[in-house]
Design a protein. Structure first.
Length: 749
């Protein structure tokens, strides 16, 4: 807290000095008024037509994608600018439920679901500048502050080959673009205050174009808030430092470098049982205990035994070389590292209450090299992606603590193994050709994956001893991931498209900790981890989209029909030798449905928009869970996947005033694969208002904004810790955030 205030005071002093200098330069002010402020959210370049304030114009190339502008991120991006997920939750087939209002929820409950698919460890379906620098578990979920993001694109279904370079993408991903250092020097500052003692301060300083042509920026933000239910903070603190440097070496070579440093701590929210979800009036604010009781079975629910803390940094660069007027070559290296822990109270083997401390420390590094050329008959993109990242997942170290009258007493490890690396090699090629009214696109990516070895240890008599039963060597697997699409231009304002694409998804890494915590039972049955590891692989999914795009300036309409098949999904499966359930990549499922995005400018300054979806996502065969029979799940809706959903947006602007109400509908869904734990549908209303004032003195673009989440204080279940095959009674349910209000003032110098 003190560090944050000291740094902010320093920035305030810098802002005042720099602001006075800037105010004294009339020429600079004039140039900025003509070309836009140093930090304005510039229009994103798109290869399409139209564009509607909040959303970029649709591309006429074949793919299912929606892009948000910087203004859209600010207007519908939720109460906080710390997470990208709040900005896309109004889009069809997207779920971003969180147990708290500011976007800093637990990484296992607050992820992004696209068409019913959530990416879990060790992947992430969030890319930054097309690079896989984010991931879970750990602190590298949301790195750069959203004030430094100029736009983001959501891809669904099959993804064009150069845009899908992710460890796992399943049904889609988000790629967001960072705001470059500005040509003119300037300072931007914002201060937010809100419900539950929320406060957030942000400042960004741009150098402008320095002698020699270099441009740079640096920004810092500090955020903290109390939990809306229970003791502790969410976050207790978040320090975030972003920077960027850009330099052009003549007309042919461009260098960009971006970086991020963060420190984060938060306390978790307590989940509800299904029975408690049926009486939210009584359990809506159920929380972890404020005080210790001396009873271990109760003290695992003490709030300070359920928390997480991470520190880390990220560096990424882009060297872009224009070889000729028709070709270019780029190299984009990246590196990220985070270190921390997650503490939680658990009951191991259903009888042993203890506190688990999951030590998490890993790095990611990689590079994308890409060549693009315009040939007489087609455009060619070819490249190579190399990526490596340390475990987890699966976990490397679970410390366990017993509860005593004096607090916690270290009692060994539930899981202990040496860290290792997953390595990805992925060459790719894509061809594009346009002729007449047709645009054709096709390519393939070869995804070669080396899964880390697992060198496990146990501690008989306190002595570290290699455990051959719980150890496996490196595992190698590969997949070809094709993409093909075509679009046909009906008119200058309308086109049809069809795409097919193959994606990779989740790996059954939870098999390892599940084995380690039940090691005695497996050893007694003569089953080693290696015996089960053969069925661990990557989920593969085939996606087919048929869509249309109509954009006539005043109105737009984008309907899509989709169908997908999912193979080798990770589920709990019966092992006949041990008689136990183990996680394996053995199940299959299918998804089919429809999406629509529509909007109309009923007035030049009033946009009405509506988005909706239908998604039937089901296992297409039963799952064997015992020697005697199967779990009869064929045709059941997969857990935590609503059949219907919709959102409605109005955006009204008059002079400096804007108001953007948003209404979101989430249909009925189930918390388990047997569909025995239904959750009611619900409606939520949000409201965002802003007033942009005239410049005065050295203050530019002063702005006041008020953002309200859950306007009518609806009680509902938002986030779940949901496996696709969650059994009745195994789900963790989290009430959604209540009425939350945030007031922000911002200006530029």
């Amino acid at each position: 807290m003190c560090l944050g205030r000291i740094l902010l005071l320093t920035f305030w002093l810098v802002a005042g000095i720099s602001g006075g200098a800037l105010a004294g330069s009339a020429a600079t002010e004039t140039a900025r008024e003509e070309s836009g402020s140093a930090l304005s959210l510039e229009a994103v370049e798109v290869h399409g037509k139209g564009g509607h304030v909040l959303f970029d114009a649709k591309s006429d190339k074949p793919c299912t994608a929606t892009s948000l502008t910087g203004e859209g991120i600010d207007s519908i991006g939720g109460t906080s600018q710390g997470s990208p997920l709040q900005a896309v939750r109004t889009l069809p087939s997207v779920q971003t439920s969180s147990e708290e209002p500011y976007g800093f929820g637990n990484f296992f409950t607050s992820g992004l679901k696209i068409r019913g698919q959530r990416i879990k460890a060790p992947g992430s379906n969030l890319l930054i500048e097309g690079l896989q620098v984010t991931g879970t578990p750990g602190g590298a979920q949301y790195l750069f502050d959203m004030e430094n993001v100029e736009g983001m694109t959501l891809y669904k279904g099959g993804i064009p080959v150069p845009n899908g370079l992710a460890f796992a993408a399943n049904a889609g991903l988000i790629d967001y673009r960072l705001q470059r250092p500005a040509d003119e020097a300037g300072i931007f500052f914002s201060q937010s205050l809100g419900s539950f003692d929320y406060q957030r301060s942000f400042i960004r300083v741009d150098s402008g174009r320095l002698p020699g042509g270099t441009r740079a920026f640096a920004s810092y933000s500090y955020t903290d808030a109390d939990k809306w239910r229970g003791q502790g903070g969410s976050p207790d603190w978040r320090h975030n430092l972003d920077f960027g440097i850009a330099h052009d070496f003549g007309d042919r070579v461009k260098l960009e470098l971006f970086g991020n440093f963060f420190s984060f701590k938060a306390h978790d929210f307590r989940s509800l049982t299904y029975a408690q979800t049926q009486d939210l009036d009584s359990y809506h604010k159920s929380s972890y205990n404020r005080h210790l009781t001396g009873n271990p079975g109760e003290d695992i629910y003490y709030y300070d035994y359920n928390r997480r803390r991470f520190d880390g940094y990220t560096l990424m660069a882009d060297v872009d070389i224009r070889l000729t007027d028709h070709s270019r070559f780029s190299v984009r290296p990246y590196f990220s590292k985070d270190q921390g822990y997650w503490m939680l109270g658990v009951v191991e083997q259903k009888v042993n209450p203890l506190v688990r401390k999951w030590e998490i420390g890993h790095h990611r590094l990689g590079v994308v090299a890409q060549y693009e050329v315009e040939l007489p008959l087609l455009n060619l993109t070819a490249g190579y992606w190399y990526h490596e990242q340390e475990r987890p997942g699966p976990p490397t170290e679970w410390k366990k603590y017993t509860l005593t009258g004096d607090g916690l007493d270290f009692s060994g490890w539930s899981v202990f193994s040496e860290n290792g690396k997953h390595i990805t090699h992925s060459p790719f090629v894509q061809l594009n050709r346009g002729f007449g009214k047709w645009h054709l696109s096709g390519g393939v990516r070869y995804h070669y994956q080396e899964f880390s070895d697992i060198e496990s240890y146990y501690f008989p008599g306190g002595v570290k001893t290699y455990d051959p039963w719980s150890s496996v060597g490196r595992k190698y697997t590969d997949k070809f991931l094709p993409f093909a699409g075509c679009s046909f231009e009906l008119t200058d304002h309308a086109n049809l498209y069809f795409t097919y694409g193959r994606n990779v998804g989740r790996t059954a890494f939870p098999l390892y900790p599940s084995y380690a915590t039940r090691r005695g039972k497996f050893v007694a049955a003569g089953v080693s981890l290696a015996d089960l590891w053969d069925d661990v692989g990557m989920e593969v999914s085939d996606h087919y989209d048929l869509g249309a795009r109509f954009d006539f300036g005043r109105w737009y309409l984008n309907p899509v029909l989709f169908y997908s098949r999912h193979f080798d999904k990770s589920v709990d499966y019966y092992d006949p030798t041990s008689g136990l359930l183990v996680m394996q990549n053995v199940a299959s499922a299918r998804s089919y449905g429809a999406e629509i995005e529509a909007g109309v400018h009923v007035l030049p300054n009033l946009l009405l928009a509506a988005n909706g979806f239908y998604n039937k996502f089901e296992f297409d065969k039963n799952i064997r869970t015992s020697l005697a029979g199967e779990l009869r799940v064929r045709g059941n809706q997969i857990a935590d996947t609503p059949l219907f959903g919709a959102s409605f947006i109005a955006d009204y602007r008059l002079g400096g005033f804007s108001v953007t109400p948003v209404v979101r509908y989430t249909g009925r869904r189930y918390g388990d694969i047997l569909n025995q734990e239904p959750l009611d549908s619900y409606w939520l209303a949000d409201l965002n208002m802003a007033y942009r004032m005239d410049n005065f003195s050295c203050i530019k673009e002063p702005k006041l904004s008020l953002k309200i989440l859950n306007l009518f204080d609806k009680k509902y279940i938002g986030a779940m810790d949901a496996a696709d095959d969650a059994h009745p009674g195994s789900m963790a349910y989290y009430p959604g955030a209540p009425f939350t209000m945030v007031f922000t003032v911002s200006w530029r110098l």
